[in-house]
Write a new protein. Structure first.
Length: 151
């Protein structure tokens, strides 16, 4: 699984078909991609890594606090384009991305596990829907995580 996490002061996603807006304040915006070779262990690793990652500033201005420490909010949006292959030509290939029947359960498992650790409901985008994402990146602070690399 791949995740782009951004430290935000606010973020929202608008589901175009219904115009429903789901929004958060201070916390993390997570774009989550599921690959064909991913499994629940990948999702669990990402959840542990993300929930413990110290990217928020403490009273001295040092990035020493995690999402759990600050009681931050999270918005998760599915993003299959994180698996874009660009080796051949100018049109990306999305073959490495998991098909919906595999991706949806892993996406939902990721969200459920993160909710369990953070002890709060997490707003999400709608899998497969056309969406508009808006955010104010705080820093800017953006990190790419890949469960197959595990750095």
């Amino acid at each position: 699984m791949r995740a782009v996490i951004q430290r935000v002061t606010e973020a929202s996603v608008t589901i175009e078909e219904t115009a429903e807006v789901r929004a958060i304040g201070k916390g993390m915006m997570i774009l989550l991609g599921v690959g064909r070779n991913d499994n629940p262990d990948d999702a669990a690793w990402l959840v542990r890594k993300i929930s413990s990652m110290r990217i928020f500033e403490d009273a001295q201005g040092k990035t020493n606090e995690s999402l759990r420490d600050i009681g931050g909010e999270v918005l998760v949006v599915s993003q299959f384009t994180l698996y874009a292959g660009t080796r051949k030509g100018n049109r990306p290939s999305f073959d490495p991305a998991a098909p919906p029947e595999q991706a949806v359960p892993l996406y939902e498992f990721f969200v459920s596990e993160l909710e369990s650790i953070l002890k709060k409901t997490i707003p999400t985008g709608e899998f497969g829907a056309a969406m508009k994402v808006s955010l104010i990146n705080d820093g800017p602070f953006t990190i790419l995580l890949d469960s197959k690399i595990r750095e």
